[in-house]
Design a protein around this ligand. Structure first.
Ligand SMILES: CCC[C@@H]1OC(=O)[C@@H](C)C[C@H](C)CCCCC(=O)CCC[C@@H](CC)/C=C/C=C(\COC)CC[C@@H](O)[C@@H](O)C[C@H](O)CNC1=O
Length: 163
């Protein structure tokens, strides 16, 4: 994992995550009615068939054109950073790959379904977290990896500057 772009790893990983996201959503659409819920781990984790016409927490309902534009801008930014900031930085490449796969997964839903299929229904420490999907999980983990990478890099650069 130390070639300049590691595309032989990140490419297949992105494709796998997008396929996993689309396959899980397809199974939910085909096998459950909207609102159906199946307990997996007590009431901590359930599979609930849900549709979101907005963004996280249902923000900006039915603003599909806005979501298309935002997603394309996000993807363009991710490609730019991958080419210009991520060479020889596998952790940053991983974060960018996860965010890209998540954005594409939800983009496919918005384009062909007009909404996003959600089904992972968790209750974390009694907080009823919004129902989400594999693409959201990729986006969120990818965002945290990028935040970590940027913070770690900044602290390293400061240390080098102090020497
Ligand atoms: C994850 C980003 C949301 C995702 O953004 C996308 O598609 C991107 C590519 C395009 C959006 C139009 C633009 C980004 C808006 C920014 C945003 O929203 C800030 C979010 C912060 C984030 C920390 C990074 C919290 C996390 C929340 C959730 C995820 O929990 C794991 C709950 C998900 C449920 O509300 C679920 O119903 C959502 C539904 O699936 C549609 N998903 C989206 O809009």
């Amino acid at each position: 994992m130390n070639s300049k772009y590691n595309l032989h790893i990140m490419g297949p990983l992105a494709i796998f995550l997008i396929l996993a996201d689309q396959l899980t959503k397809w199974i939910i659409v085909k096998s459950m009615n909207i609102g159906d819920s199946v307990p997996v781990i007590g009431d901590i984790l359930e599979i609930t068939s849900h549709r979101n016409h907005g963004a996280a927490w249902g923000m900006l309902q039915n603003q599909m054109v806005f979501f298309y534009i935002i997603t394309l801008v996000v993807l363009a930014a991710l490609i730019y950073f991958y080419r210009n900031e991520a060479p020889f930085k596998p952790v940053m490449q991983l974060g960018l790959t996860l965010v890209s796969a998540g954005a594409i997964g939800n983009f496919i839903d918005r384009l062909f379904r007009g909404n996003v299929v959600d089904f992972i229904d968790t209750r974390i420490i009694n907080y009823d977290f919004p129902i989400f999907n594999v693409a959201d999980a990729c986006l969120t983990v990818g965002v945290f990896i990028l935040i970590y990478e940027i913070l770690v890099n900044e602290s390293k650069e400061k240390k080098n500057a102090d020497i």
